[in-house]
Design a protein around this ligand. Structure first.
Ligand SMILES: CC(C)(COP(=O)(O)OP(=O)(O)OC[C@H]1O[C@@H](n2cnc3c(N)ncnc32)[C@H](O)[C@@H]1OP(=O)(O)O)[C@@H](O)C(=O)NCCC(=O)NCCS
Length: 162
């Protein structure tokens, strides 16, 4: 996409980020809540990440009209077993109306360059196997490897969104 910019997220991007999540529509609960209830915790997360830039990087992709069309968050994790750092990518979302124009790749490439700059050993993320991004090989095309021997475990404190 011409004039695509990647920049640090700002607290006033929270509403656009909430709208992107609703457009993607993975959660009926999120889509039926007032927008403010979705965006308010996002605003707090942006603030948290921006206060601790050594620990977190939250970035947005912005189009030629200054509209936020996608976002990504990465957490820089000190990893004793690696004797190094792992970047855990927790969000990769692009508005369906802007999809297929390079924003998602640009966000991931930014994270890959930032991890290298920080001297990280590796990046890690989860990708739903039933999602189009997995089926279309979004991460594999960018050189990521699917780990055949690793199971992904989670422990929930509350009901997941989707
Ligand atoms: C996956 C996602 C981030 C891709 O962003 P994007 O801006 O559409 O991607 P790009 O334009 O950079 O396209 C790069 C590759 O992504 C894939 N892609 C393109 N459109 C896609 C779509 N609508 N859905 C999934 N993958 C798509 C293609 O493989 C494409 O490669 P190609 O150019 O060789 O055909 C975006 O579709 C999205 O937010 N999906 C919903 C959330 C999600 O699944 N996130 C990732 C898992 S956590």
């Amino acid at each position: 996409m011409a004039n695509l910019t990647i920049r640090q997220a700002r607290t006033n991007d929270a509403q656009s980020m909430a709208e992107i999540l609703r457009e993607i529509g993975w959660s009926e609960r999120r889509n039926s809540m007032p927008l403010e209830e979705v965006s308010s915790p996002i605003e707090e997360l942006i603030e948290h990440c921006n206060k601790d830039p050594k620990g977190h990087t939250m970035i947005v992709a912005v189009d030629e009209d200054e509209e936020v069309i996608g976002f990504t968050t990465v957490h820089w994790v000190p990893f004793v077993m690696l004797g190094s750092w792992e970047g855990y990518v927790s969000d990769v979302f692009v508005s369906p109306s802007a999809s297929g124009k390079g924003a998602g790749s640009a966000l991931i490439k930014y994270v890959m360059a930032e991890g290298e700059r920080r001297g990280c050993m590796r990046l890690m993320l989860t990708n739903g196997k039933e999602k189009p991004s997995y089926e279309m090989g979004f991460y594999k095309k960018m050189g990521w490897t699917e780990r055949p021997k690793v199971a992904n475990f989670v422990y929930y404190y509350s009901e997941p969104w989707s």
